[in-house]
Design a protein around this ligand. Sequence first.
Ligand code: ZN
Length: 55
Amino acid sequence: MSCPNCKKSGLVEITLNIATRPVTMRNCSSCDSRWWQSEGESLRLPGVLALASRR
Ligand SMILES: [Zn+2]
């Protein structure tokens, strides 16, 4: 998979469990953009924070 922003490969992928949902964070080391995905849907950062605070 390559970065949708700068088209380079070399993404760092980290999966976390937030509020029992697996959330994958991808970070591009070239342009430093970052995005989140959970169960096949894209999340914006506010959505991730909302999940994280729902305990
Ligand atoms: Zn990039």
